[in-house]
Ligand binder design. Structure first.
Ligand code: NAI
Ligand code: 0TF
Length: 259
């Protein structure tokens, strides 16, 4: 898994506010409203305990602090445990956490201790970015391109198929592309035979993954992928509406999925 760096998380509140504004302009809803509609849940003053985890590559500077800022941005109460790992988990429970957030190098999870529900960051991120794409004003034609069909992209593509979209999918890994074509009945997209799309959902860990030839003027690109799939030059040239943020949108999707 590609790991976040402290540089990705700089001014997380500002990054979230910018994305929230793009989402509001493009869909008419704020991110929180989209989560409420997507999962049919509402926040109910849950207290979120954030446990720093030292295993593997260890603590990512400002990861826990960013989670706390995100939790608060969406109007919830939260705290970071002083202890880490198992001791931190025990501290979170003892301090009355309703929900625990914690991540090692492979899994970032949210666990609602009141109702037992668990959320994994990867599918929750894919689903919320796909949902945002599906609600964009540009999505009228119901045609959408998905680039990257891995742990985030596949659940997003599946969500779009369930919503009745004509999903075109592309992954450099032919086995993953074939898996999505056969399991989800999406249409394989070939960069050698491009067409333009009004809405694109991208989920890869690489830059420059969206070919210029698929960009419609004023299109919406919804992408959790880090680094950003599009260069500044292409963003400007095609007046792309970009939803891209490193942690908060996926996290709030996890929380609403377990309320
Ligand atoms: P993954 O490794 O499971 O899937 C990525 C897929 O992209 C792979 O199947 C790979 O073959 C494909 N790919 C790579 N280069 C490509 C290219 N040029 N064209 C087409 N396909 C290409 O990774 P995962 O877990 O799905 O994560 C994807 C990205 O999303 C990563 O950058 C990860 O850090 C990021 N992420 C962001 C979150 C957020 O909140 N913003 C949350 C979770 C993940
Ligand atoms: O960096 C990652 C994921 C995060 C997905 C959201 N964009 N790509 N995971 C590693 C998190 C490690 C956190 C660390 N153990 C800590 O500070 O607790």
């Amino acid at each position: 898994m590609a790991l976040l760096t402290p540089a990705d998380l700089i001014e997380i509140n500002r990054q979230l506010a910018i994305s929230d504004e793009v989402v509001r302009k493009s869909t008419g809803f704020e991110i929180k409203g989209i989560c409420e509609a997507l999962y049919g849940t509402k926040a109910n003053s849950e207290k979120v305990g954030i446990v720093p985890i030292t295993s593997g590559n260890g603590i990512i500077g400002s990861f826990s602090e960013s989670l706390l800022a995100i939790v608060r941005y969406f109007g919830l109460e939260g705290f970071i445990t002083e202890k880490t790992d198992v001791s931190g988990y025990y501290e979170a429970l003892s301090a009355g956490a309703d929900i625990v957030l914690m991540a090692d190098d492979y899994t970032y999870l949210a666990h609602n201790l009141k109702n037992g529900k668990i959320a994994n960051n990867q599918p929750c991120t894919g689903i919320i970015y796909a949902e945002i794409a599906s609600r964009a004003k540009q999505a009228g034609s119901k045609e959408i391109l998905v680039v990257g069909l891995g742990k985030v992209g596949f659940p997003g593509a599946e969500h779009l198929k369930k919503k009745g979209f004509s999903v075109y999918g592309y992954d450099l890994d032919k086995t993953l592309l074939q898996r999505a074509v056969s399991k989800l009945r999406i249409l394989p997209f070939s960069p050698e035979n491009p067409k333009k799309f009004p809405v694109i959902f991208e989920a890869t860990p690489c830059p420059n993954t969206i070919p210029e030839a698929v960009l419609e003027q004023g299109c919406l690109v919804s992408t959790p992928g880090i680094p950003c799939a599009l260069s500044e030059n292409l963003l400007e040239k095609y007046a792309v509406e970009l939803v891209a943020e490193p942690l908060g949108i996926g996290t709030v999707s996890m929380l609403y999925s377990i309320f």
